[in-house]
Write a protein that binds this ligand. Structure first.
Ligand code: 13P
Length: 251
């Protein structure tokens, strides 16, 4: 059985005071017992999140990691998978469209990061999703399938036993324009069918998150769809009450 999961991707937002008030606020909120809840702060605040969230049931993770499998080394500016494990991270986001667009994270690099994350026991959250041009050209399903296969063909289906996939249409990220539940469901069902061709049980157990302008007001309709198991939330994860309401809708 797959379990619902809501993850906050804070992107490059926050300062010490913000992180404290957001996480202290979140700890006071009513959170679902049966849905997983996690936050991915910027690197400098992961240790602080660890200190504030230990023993709360809220997990934490990172937004990126070094593709190189070295635990440490001369890689200026990089953060290794082992360092994230040391900070007790559970998840790490790989292949977010902002990294693919601005930092040239190619499919190959995303696959390397996925492998590197898993080799240390982190659970990768693999992001895929089309841009507006691709959607309008009717290329969404083929494009998303190719993004999944670029990783799947390298890591094997067994690797997806301990991973999460997030479908994030680029045109819906930060735009206030959410994919309709039907649009999201269509892509989620396709992703599950791509995985099912390799292993039905793994496909059935896979948590598929939707991301792109998820808010407290639209979360429940999205989560009502059979293949939408939760959300990867950007902007709305920066407010404790909003994020908690989305988490509750996932149960
Ligand atoms: P928004 O929720 O701000 O649209 O961001 C979605 C996202 O990119 C999460 O990874």
């Amino acid at each position: 059985m797959r379990s619902p999961l809501v993850v906050g991707n804070w992107k490059m937002y926050g300062c010490t005071d913000d992180v404290r008030s957001l996480l202290e606020g979140l700890c006071k909120e009513e959170l679902p017992a049966k849905a997983g809840v996690a936050v991915c702060p910027p690197f400098p605040y992961i240790g602080f999140a660890q200190a504030l969230l230990a023993d709360t049931g809220i997990a934490w993770g990172a937004q990126n990691l070094c593709a190189n499998s070295a635990a440490e080394g001369a890689f200026t500016g990089e953060v290794s998978a082992s360092m994230l494990v040391d900070m007790k991270c559970r998840y790490v986001i790989v292949g977010h469209s902002e990294r693919r667009t601005y930092y040239h994270d190619t499919d190959d690099l995303v696959a390397e990061k996925f492998i590197n994350a898993q080799s240390t026991g982190l659970e990768p959250i693999l992001c895929v999703g089309e841009n507006l041009e691709q959607r309008e050209a009717g290329e969404t399903l083929a494009f998303v399938e190719q993004q999944i296969l670029a990783v799947l063909d390298k890591v094997g289906i067994e690797a997806f036993e301990k991973a999460v996939i997030a479908y994030e249409p680029i045109w819906a990220i930060g735009t206030g324009r959410t994919a309709s539940p039907e649009q999201a469901q269509e892509v989620h069902a396709h992703i599950r069918s791509v995985l099912a061709k390799k292993d039905e049980l793994i496909a059935d157990n896979m948590s598929l998150l939707y991301g792109g302008s998820v808010k407290a007001e639209n979360a429940a309709q999205l989560f009502a769809k059979p293949d939408i198991d939760g959300a990867l939330v950007g902007g709305a994860s920066l407010k404790a009450a909003d994020f908690a309401a989305i988490c509750r809708a996932a149960e």
